[in-house]
Design a protein around this ligand. Sequence first.
Ligand code: BG6
Ligand code: MG
Length: 212
Amino acid sequence: MKYKGIIFDLDGVICSTDHYHYLAWKALADELGVYFDETINNRLRGVSRMASLEIVLENYSGQMSPEEKTAAAEKKNAIYRQLLGQMSPADLSDEVKQTLDQLRAKGLLLAIGSSSKNAKYILERIGLGDYFDRISDGTNITRSKPDPEVFLKAAEFLALPPDDCLVVEDAKAGIEAASAAGMDSAAIGDAVSCGLATYNLTRFNDLLNCVD
Ligand code: BG6
Ligand code: MG
């Protein structure tokens, strides 16, 4: 086996939360009178909440104090959390669940490496609350992807050296973070086009071909 552990990004890899992020940022942007669309939303992939807010505010003509920015991010998150309440185990595809089970059956340790502070809540909603061996998320890091911190922490939590871990990511920032951590990476979705990953996946279960 080439790896001992696999570290999965959550949003866009295990499940899709893009549309909920979009709706929540759009509600905030509308309130502020700021232009916001799906193209801008795509730039927020893998980016922390506060860094996302800065991108949303690129089109804002006014000034915001740090306190107002914190309040705006909290408002977006409240809307987002309410939308996440609609998620259920039906939002976890059979392909993803079966692939995870097959990877585990091969003896691999499975972890989450997500920038989100809502990662544990999302995992609970989709029925994976107790599934992963370790979770490294937005609550245990100070620097967001492309910084390698979230993946280095995940490896540390798994008690594995970085080069025994493979990262699975849908964001360019996440592929860069894996590379900075000294880890191989598998790109899926949007991240494939950056051309920086060790493997490019057409579908989630292609992952089974990367680990032997
Ligand atoms: C990442 C998402 O997983 O988490 C980003 O791809 C998001 O779009 C980031 O901004 C932070 O999420 P949260 O849930 O902490 O606001
Ligand atoms: Mg992602």
